[in-house]
Design a binder for this molecule. Sequence first.
Ligand SMILES: NC(=O)c1ccc[n+]([C@@H]2O[C@H](COP(=O)([O-])OP(=O)(O)OC[C@H]3O[C@@H](n4cnc5c(N)ncnc54)[C@H](O)[C@@H]3O)[C@@H](O)[C@H]2O)c1
Length: 371
Amino acid sequence: MTKLGVGVIGAGSIGIRAALAHLSLEDVQHRVHLAAVCDAVPGRAQAAAERFGVAAGYDSLEELLADPNVDLVTIGTPIGLHFDQGLAAIRAGKHVHFNKTMSITADEATTLIDEAAAHGVKINASPGNMVRPVNRAIRDLVRSGEIGKVAWAAVGAGFGNYHENEDVRSGNDLLSNVNPSWYWKKPGGGPMYDMTVYGLHTLTGILGSAKRVTAMSGISVPTREFKGEPFQTEMDDNTFLLVDFGDSVYAFVYGAAHGLIEAEWGQPNIYGSRGTLLGTKLNGNPVAHVGSDDPRPHSAQGRHAVGEHLNLEEIHVYEDIMQLIDLVQTGTPLYGTAEHARHVIEIFEAGYRAAETGQTQTLTTTFEDVA
Ligand SMILES: NC(=O)c1ccc[n+]([C@@H]2O[C@H](COP(=O)([O-])OP(=O)(O)OC[C@H]3O[C@@H](n4cnc5c(N)ncnc54)[C@H](O)[C@@H]3O)[C@@H](O)[C@H]2O)c1
């Protein structure tokens, strides 16, 4: 097996806590080496390279993409940059993992999918929620009619003050003073692309592709603050969708400024004529699921998220990166395909358009189930 050189684009919260922290652990060194890291804040990439033993630290994406030791990149920059940076990486012949939504629009996602095929590289996007065995078990029991006819579902997330309060933002050095204000700017800000994306991947993974979307959306908290400095919210931070899955199956999908419906993180509640799924509980009992058909160790997050990785943060992101590495090195199919990620993006895009126009939007993309 040829070791892959990984390039980390963006040494902010997820670059540090997911890619660099996990891929520098001993147990993956026979499969990958940290070849390079880049960041637009001068000196941040070099500081990250020193801390995690990365071969090179660059101040620009262009330098990282020109590095022949980089075979695969994980993009951990603000979401509004993902499309351009992903396209540049694909065209430079690199495999690409996106830290959550890979683009703002479904058309952009299609371009990424087509360009990756044309350049013979592989792409995937977090969160690959169907990698979790319990979600595939839930999908199979819902599809087999275990809870009867599904009437409706609810899933979503509240922004709260999570990003302002992350550890990497509370200090004064280059690796701990990372400014989160892009989370409230256009394009790419707002809770949908960053947080609702988890539950909507799970919901669509279980129910399949959706058909139509209607929505209302606005700004609930117009001014926020980081390190005592106020800044304006420019992107909607309070968005509520109604999604039609066909056959009168509807879902309430939200990305709120604050507050959560009582639920397991990233897991929908699904209500049927003969039973209820609240997160991973069926009528109050945990859903049984096989660990995996893989004989290697396996955790709730996936087959790579074991051992020391379980003591770190952002385990699911590490699992998603390893899913792409598996695909490249061994041909193992992805649980979280780019086509699934594109469908979720289209629901968000259509939701914002529905809120703006007052018109229900018909969706055009679909995706295939994974085994
Ligand atoms: N923060 C989390 O808890 C978390 C968890 C999972 C996934 N994510 C996802 O990861 C992505 C990044 O989020 P984050 O919280 O790490 O953001 P962040 O703001 O903490 O870090 C982004 C980094 O990208 C750098 N950057 C900005 N423009 C750049 C450019 N042109 N080239 C290179 N570097 C550039 C910034 O300087 C910063 O260091 C988002 O898609 C987010 O949804 C975040």
